[in-house]
Design a protein around this ligand. Structure first.
Ligand code: SDX
Length: 429
């Protein structure tokens, strides 16, 4: 089979190399297209456009496959700790015992944030959306650690910045939560696991010793792993593009937090629960909601359904749906919203519109139900997604930096006014 692609433009034939990935995916390398033909390509939303060659995560949307550095998501979710998966995504291999101890120890000893940051939280209005607080606070970390702004990116600076960011983001997330519930900030405790420490800072109070519930710790560990990376999704591409200008890691990840906030992306987990609550409150038949989702004149979409890549099933949704049953069972919670979600899935997956378009539940459809059962408020759901996604953002940023990839700067087709002379104010109609 030819490893070149031929293009005929205005009667002239051009050849472009074909790239073949580790899993035999094919791409036409058009990096010389404009230079040789004067043409660019057009692909709104980059649905058919590869931005990089990456060795971190492999997705097969047709077969519902997700692997981090070759390990299946099913195995990692079942057998690994979130810290092992974070190390895997960032450094390329599962850590041995010594490496994991060093990684855990380094992160444990960077969990405190500068006391001045408390004043930032005090300045936010009560009820400020935690994603708005988180993106601001992550960006402000760069001002406390100016060595992170070093564009030469000395490897030791990068590693220190990576460990600081992984260590501090749960502290900042918990502070955002405590700001809105009006409870005192809890300082990190070094004798707890990464997930256990987050739980302690979220739900602990000074008056008593917080007991880490192993059921919740295990559920959060699994949820963080399931969200840890997803190749070139919207927020990861944002982190890469911002980082490609040699902006520091904190600022690049802060941009990723902002991109994730959108309801079409990570914000969908909040939108799903709000949708299910509306369905429950209104009590109208599920089919009427399905009909609305299909109606092009209606802005309503079935949140948590559909995916740019997965066109059969999202493997993460399957794992989370099973975990939702387990966690609610273990905690003795009977949440009618879970039943509505399952019935809605059943109705949708028997509807031609959804089947024909390959619209299945995605990672966000069931995750909110578990977060709710764990006592996490709805406006913190996307913060939970960000905590999970952080190692993926970092690994992708590090890969882009080490490969010295060029600054991201797409071209356009101009459709505005052609040249015209200036008209003075008095002569304008
Ligand atoms: C995440 O990219 C990633 O990897 C993201 C993510 C990650 O881990 O980083 O997996 C996390 O963001 C998951 C997605 C969460 N978003 C939602 O659940 C919001 C609802 N879903 C969508 O809006 C939509 O499905 C997207 C945004 C997820 C994907 O959109 P695409 O690929 O741009 O597809 P599209 O909008 O062009 O839709 C194709 C067709 C359209 O109909 P037609 O024009 O063909 O008639 O499907 C329809 C759409 O109208 N459609 C839906 C729908 N999603 C798509 N119709 C009703 N309800 C929906 N949810």
């Amino acid at each position: 089979m030819s490893d070149t692609a031929r293009l005929i433009l205005e009667g002239q034939e051009y050849e472009f190399p074909v790239l073949t990935g580790a899993e035999n995916e094919k791409a036409i390398d058009i990096s010389k297209l404009r230079g040789t033909t004067g043409y660019i390509t057009m692909d709104p939303g980059f649905k058919n456009t590869g931005s990089t060659q990456s060795g971190i995560t492999y997705l097969d949307g047709e077969n519902g496959i997700l692997r981090y550095r070759g390990y299946s998501i099913e195995e990692l979710a079942e057998k690994a700790s979130f810290m092992e998966v974070a190390y895997l995504l960032i450094y390329g291999d599962l850590p041995n015992a010594k490496e994991l101890d060093y990684f855990n120890d380094s992160i444990t000893h960077h969990t405190l944030v500068h006391e001045n940051m408390k004043r930032f939280f005090d300045a936010f209005p009560l009820g400020a959306h935690p994603m708005g607080m988180l993106s601001s606070m992550v960006a402000s970390l760069s001002t406390f650690y100016p060595e992170s702004q070093n564009p030469n990116r000395d490897i030791t600076d990068i590693d220190l910045t990576i460990h600081r960011l992984i260590a501090k983001i749960p502290t900042l997330a918990a502070q955002a939560y405590k700001h809105n519930v009006g409870l005192p900030t809890m300082y990190p405790k070094n004798n707890l696991s990464y997930v256990g420490n987050f739980m302690h800072m979220m739900w602990g109070v000074p008056a008593e010793e917080y007991e880490v519930d192993p059921i919740i710790e295990s559920a959060l560990n699994k949820l963080f792993i399931l969200h840890a990376d997803h190749e070139q999704n919207c927020s990861t591409s944002t982190v890469r593009v911002v980082g490609s200008s040699q902006a520091n890691l904190y600022s690049s990840v802060s941009a990723g937090v902002s991109a994730l906030w959108g309801p079409l992306h990570g914000g969908a987990n909040q939108a799903v629960i709000e949708m299910l609550e509306s369905i429950r409150a209104e009590g109208s038949p599920l089919q009427s909601w399905i009909d609305r989702a299909k109606d092009k004149t209606d802005s309503f979409r079935l949140m948590g359904f559909g995916h740019r890549v997965y066109k059969n099933f999202d493997p993460r949704a399957r794992i989370i749906k099973k975990a939702a049953d387990e966690v609610l069972g273990q905690l003795g919670i009977d949440d009618p919203v879970l039943d509505i979600a399952k019935q809605l899935e059943e109705v949708a997956l028997n509807d031609e519109y959804f089947v024909q378009r390959g619209l299945y539940p995605n990672v966000d459809f069931y995750s909110g139900i578990i977060y709710r059962a764990l006592g996490i408020p709805t406006d913190m759901f996307t913060v939970m997604f960000a905590l999970g996604r952080l190692p993926g953002w970092i690994g992708q940023w590090k890969e882009m930096t080490e490969n010295r990839e060029p600054i991201g700067r797409p071209r356009q087709v101009y459709t505005g006014a052609t040249h015209r002379g200036f008209v003075s104010l008095n002569d304008r109609k």
